[in-house]
Every structure is written in structure tokens, then in C-alpha cells.
Ligand binder design. Structure first.
Ligand SMILES: Nc1nc2c(ncn2[C@@H]2O[C@H](COP(=O)(O)OP(=O)(O)O)[C@@H](O)[C@H]2O)c(=O)[nH]1
Ligand SMILES: Nc1ncnc2c1ncn2[C@@H]1O[C@H](COP(=O)(O)OP(=O)(O)O)[C@@H](O)[C@H]1O
Length: 224
């Protein structure tokens, strides 16, 4: 009953153009929660990681240049990712959207602000210990960005995507050593972005260790 009312509230909000960002350390559940938001509320989903991996798979010049950076657990340069995302955003500028994985530095957040303002920032606050366990058992359907986990949401048939039946992969940057480096990058470069959005009054933080417990609280964001 409560969820129905809140869902209606989101839908009312989405009748105007609604711009949201989802943040959180690697493995905090951004992709998983984005999938639920897209399914429930019909926002367009734009994931910087998915875009970069598509470029790597297609062996574009940008993909080839960025691969080693990503595999080493470093952030790619601000100007490269900002250009890539802002170009994609132009194609969906009349839609409500959810940005996942961008911005990851204050400089990226400023580039985004120069183009449009963000209505809400969903921050997933999940302990690092929980994250490390999750990432070594993450499986990905590369073309769609759908994520699975051996423990949490295994595919119906091991190694295959539920929707297309295509093979799943494990990410080259999901090794324990690279995850440690990515968490350091998050701490040093991305955490300041939370402060940036907090000071603008748009940050909504959700703490926990289980997506299924966090998700009902995210549905009420539209009420604020
Ligand atoms: N055990 C467990 N795994 C989860 C939970 N939520 C998401 N996952 C899995 O954790 C991994 C990381 O989640 P993902 O959404 O890809 O996180 P992102 O890196 O922030 O986009 C994936 O394999 C998910 O299937 C949860 O509550 N419990
Ligand atoms: N906004 C960004 N700025 C810089 N690098 C990025 C950005 N988004 C993605 N990347 C690069 O792509 C990698 C994978 O990103 P992503 O799929 O969002 O990771 P995760 O889902 O584990 O948080 C990052 O570790 C980083 O190297």
C-alpha cells in the first residue's frame, strides 16, 4: 500500500524531466539498483562503465587507450569520460535519466553542472568488506550491462544471460588486487563528490549491506 503510493509519487515526478545520479563504491550495487529503477520508473540508464567496456569490446581508439587504465583500477582522465558521457547525454536530453558511475571526481561533477542540474543523487553506502566478497563472484552480460552474482542473483543457467542466453563474463578489473586499488581511487577522488552534492542539498544516502533491504528506501526518494 505504502509502496504503491510512493510509486505514484515517482511517476508524477517523472512526468517532468527528472535527472538522477547513482553513486557508491565499486560493488555497492549501483548497476543492480539502476536496473530496478529503470524497470520500475522508466528512466533511461547511462552507465560510464558500460560505455567504456563497449568501447573496449569494439576496439575503438578510445577503448584501446583506456583499457590499461581501467585494468589497473585507476580512473580514466576527466576530459575523456566527460566528453563521452556528455555526448551520449545529448541523445537523451528530452528524457528522464539516471547516470551510473559518473561523475566520479569533483571536476566531472562541475562539467555536468555546466550542462544541467541534477535533481537527486542516490548514494549507496556499503561497507568495503561486503564489497570485496561480492566482486569476485560478479558475472556480467557485456552487451546489456546486466549483472549477476553466484550467491545473490545467479543466472538461471550457469554462465548464461537469462534474457538472451548469451555467455556471461567476469571483468578483468574484478580481481582482489585491482578492487583494492579501485576502492582507494574511490576514497581519494570520488568521496569528495559526495560533499559537493551534499552542499547542494541533493544527496540521499542509503546505508546497508543488502540491496534488497536498501531498495524499498530508495523508492521513497521521489517523495522528498
Ligand atoms: N551478496 C550480495 N550481492 C549483491 C547484492 N547486491 C548486489 N550484489 C551483487 O554484487 C555485485 C556488484 O553489484 P553491482 O550492481 O554490479 O555494483 P556496482 O559496481 O556498484 O555497479 C554484483 O555481482 C551483484 O549481483 C546483495 O545485496 N548481496
Ligand atoms: N566517471 C568515471 N571517471 C573515471 N573513470 C571511470 C568513470 N566511470 C568508469 N570509469 C572507469 O571504468 C571502471 C569501471 O567502472 P564501473 O563499471 O562504473 O565500476 P563499478 O561498477 O565497479 O563501480 C572504473 O574503475 C574506471 O577505471
Amino acid at each position: 500500500m505504502v509502496v504503491t503510493t510512493l510509486t505514484q509519487h515517482w511517476k508524477m515526478l517523472l512526468q517532468r524531466i527528472f535527472r538522477a545520479v547513482i553513486m557508491g563504491p565499486p560493488g555497492s550495487g549501483k548497476g543492480t539498483v539502476s536496473g530496478r529503477i529503470v524497470k520500475s520508473f522508466g528512466l533511461m540508464h547511462l552507465s560510464s562503465g558500460d560505455l567504456l567496456r563497449a568501447n573496449i569490446k569494439d576496439k575503438t581508439e578510445l577503448g584501446l587507450l583506456m583499457k590499461s587504465c581501467i585494468d589497473q583500477g585507476q580512473l580514466v582522465p576527466d576530459d575523456v569520460i566527460s566528453r563521452l558521457i556528455l555526448t551520449e547525454m545529448r541523445n537523451i536530453d528530452q528524457s528522464s535519466w539516471l547516470l551510473d558511475g559518473f561523475p566520479r571526481t569533483v571536476s566531472q561533477a562541475e562539467s555536468l553542472d555546466n550542462v544541467c542540474s541534477v535533481n537527486t543523487v542516490i548514494n549507496l553506502d556499503v561497507p568495503y568488506q561486503t564489497i570485496k566478497q561480492r566482486l569476485t563472484s560478479r558475472w556480467l552480460h557485456l552487451p546489456s550491462g546486466r549483472v549477476y552474482n553466484i550467491d545473490f542473483n545467479p543466472p538461471k543457467i550457469a554462465g548464461l544471460d537469462d534474457v538472451t542466453g548469451e555467455p556471461l563474463i567476469q571483468r578483468d578489473d574484478d580481481t582482489p588486487e585491482t578492487v583494492t586499488r579501485r576502492l582507494k581511487a574511490y576514497e581519494n577522488q570520488t568521496r569528495p563528490v559526495l560533499e559537493y552534492y551534499r552542499s547542494k542539498g541533493v544527496l540521499e544516502t542509503f546505508s546497508g549491506t543488502e540491496t534488497n533491504k536498501i531498495w524499498p528506501h530508495i523508492q521513497v526518494v521521489g517523495k522528498a
